[in-house]
Design a protein around this ligand. Structure first.
Ligand code: VGL
Ligand code: ZN
Length: 192
């Protein structure tokens, strides 16, 4: 199947492709860097609205273990670990959306506590292609919120990887997204 990109109505959302979520980082997603080729392929095809979200935490964020949270310290704003993966084609990214930027608020979704939905709607966007990290956290939350905000959502299944804290989390996340009307595609099925 191929997906013809409508420059006026389609947006790409690249979720949290940051060093800390890749091998060698503070909260590595197994094979996290494997999402980069597919993300770059999609970035090369979507001509206008390409968005990258960043997990962008203050140093004592509530999700961190020292603060009583469940995650190792990761993606602290402005640190090398919060930078995009060095191979991500950042030159093609039009908007950067930072999330979970205050100490007391966790946000897995790129829509939570941001202007993303309003900005996409104002730009006339109707369909979102979503890829990135991690399938079972920020990708899932972003895709589901995209549906709730009224967008058609297509998941680039070759360009996502899961944390899989518990075995089955990845499958569960895919099932939840499917049930919410998120449809699957591969990055090489996108056509200009
Ligand atoms: C994420 C755990 C904590 C993600 C962010 O991007 O999926 N996961 N913070
Ligand atoms: Zn985080």
């Amino acid at each position: 199947m191929s997906f013809h990109i409508d420059p006026q109505a389609d947006a790409l959302i690249v979720v949290d492709v940051q060093r800390d979520f890749c091998p060698g980082g503070a909260l590595p997603v197994p094979n996290g860097d494997a999402v980069v080729p597919g993300a770059n392929r999609a970035l090369a095809v979507v001509p206008w609205l390409t968005v990258a979200t960043r997990d962008w935490h203050p140093p004592a964020h509530c999700s961190f273990i020292p603060q009583g949270g469940i995650w190792p310290v990761h993606c602290v704003a402005g640190t090398p670990g919060a930078a995009f993966h060095p191979d991500l084609d950042v030159g093609r990214i039009r908007w950067i959306v930072d999330k979970a930027t205050t100490r007391e608020m966790e946000a897995y979704s790129g829509f939570q506590g941001t202007e993303l939905a309003a900005r996409l709607t104002a730009a006339g966007i109707r369909r979102l292609f979503v890829c990135g990290l991690a399938t079972d956290y920020c990708v899932k939350a972003t895709a589901l919120d995209g549906r709730r905000a009224g967008f058609e959502v297509v998941l680039l299944t070759d360009a996502i990887r899961a944390v899989e804290v518990k075995p089955g989390d990845s499958e569960g996340a895919l099932a939840e997204m499917r049930a919410a009307g998120v449809s699957p595609a591969r990055s090489d099925e996108l056509r200009a």
